[in-house]
Design a protein around this ligand. Sequence first.
Ligand SMILES: O=C([S-])c1cc(C(=O)S)c[n+]([C@@H]2O[C@H](COP(=O)(O)O)[C@@H](O)[C@H]2O)c1
Ligand code: NI
Length: 401
Amino acid sequence: MNGSDTARHAWIDASAGVAGDMLLGALLDAGAALASVRAAVDAVVPGAVLITTTEVTRAGLRARKAHVQVQVTDPPHRTWASIRTMLGAAGLPPPVRDRATAVFARLAEAEARVHGVPAERVHFHEAGALDAIADVVGVCAALHDLGVTSISASPVAVGSGHVRGAHGLLPVPVPAVTELALGWRVLAGGPGELATPTGMALLRTLATSCEDLPATTLTAAGVGAGGRDRPDRANVVRVLIGTDETAAPHDALLLEANVDDLDPRLWPGVLAGLLDNGADDAWLVPILMKKGRPAHTLGVLCAPDRAPALRTFIFEHTSTLGVRESPRRKTPLDRCFVPVAVAGGQVSVKVGSHAGTIVQVMPEFEDVAALARRLGRPERLLLLEAQAAAAAAGLLPGAPA
Ligand SMILES: O=C([S-])c1cc(C(=O)S)c[n+]([C@@H]2O[C@H](COP(=O)(O)O)[C@@H](O)[C@H]2O)c1
Ligand code: NI
C-alpha cells in the first residue's frame, strides 16, 4: 500500500455503465499493482483464476481490459455463507476483507429479494462465483493498494432492452441491478446491459454519495474497458483519483464508550486490534464513573467508512453495551516518510509540513526501538542520532518542505 497517510478520494464515472471487470481494469490502469490484486484473489481461491490485462480501444479510446480466466474445471456452486467464510479465512488485510464481505453481502441480499429466498441460501453459480470473487476481491485489493480512503460515483447508465442468461430472457436493468440501484440516480444510457449486478454491488457498497466530480487535485486516472466495443459510445468505466494536497479539514468520526468491567489485561489487544482494523487512532482515558467506579473511556477516531467494522470490533472485544459517535473535523499536516542513515542501520523519519514549510520532524520510534534491540544500543542515543541525521539532511522545522 502507498506509504503516505494522505486522504485519497476516488470518483467513479459510471456514465457508460459499470461491471466488476471494468472497475478492476480502471483501477489497474490508474496504477494499482496487478501483483497485489493477484495475491489477494489467490488468498481467497488459491490457483483458481488467472488475472491478466491488455490494452484495447473502445470507440477509439485507449482502455485497460481486465481478464479473469478460470483455471479449474467444474468449479463448485458457492453459497453466500461459504463465500463469507472463505473471505474471513483468507488472511486479507482487514480493509480488503471488510469491503469485499460488504459487497458480497449486498449482492446476496439483492439476489435474495429478487428470487424470494433467504440471503444465506443465495447461490453464486460455478464459474460465475469465481468470476465475481475475482472482481470483488480484486477491486477491493486495488483500492487498498492505491490508498483510496473515500469513494463517490456518478449516476449510472444501466442500459435497456433484454439480455439472455441463466434465468432466460431478462429485462434490462436486470432485476438484481434494479434492487441494487434503489436510492441511486440511474438512466438507461443506451441499448444492452450496461450495468451488471457485480458492478452495481461494488459501486453501491463502496461509494458513499452520487455526485459530479468533486473539486480535487487529480493525481491519477484509469480507464477500464467492457467486453463489447460500440462505435457510438466508449464502453468504459473511468476512475479519477484526487489527493487533497492542501490537507484541508476532512470528516472523521469519534466513537466512544465508557467501560468499567473489562479485564484490564485485554485493553492493549483491543487498542492494537482497532488500529489493525483501520482506526486512525485509538486511546483510553481514565475516568470515575457513576457509583464511584474507576473506569475508562475508549476513544476511536476513524474515517466514516471504517465505522461499521470498528463498531463491530468494539462490541466483540469489549464489554460495552453501546457505542456513541460524533462527527469531527480533522486537519492533518501533509506528511511523508524519509529514510535517514544512522550508525548500524536506517531509520524512517516522519516529516510534517504546513503551507510548504516543515513543522514537525520525528524519527519513527518503532524503527528506533527495533534497531536498538538489534544493535544492543540505548534507544535514547539512537533517537538523538536519527534526529541529528535528519537535521544534517535539511529536515528541520522552518525549512521548505
Ligand atoms: O445468476 C443469477 S442469479 C443472475 C441473476 C441476475 C438477476 O438480475 S437476478 C442476473 N444475472 C446475469 O448474470 C450475468 C453476470 O453478471 P455479473 O454481475 O456476474 O457480471 C449478467 O448478465 C447478469 O445480468 C445472473
Ligand atoms: Ni439472479
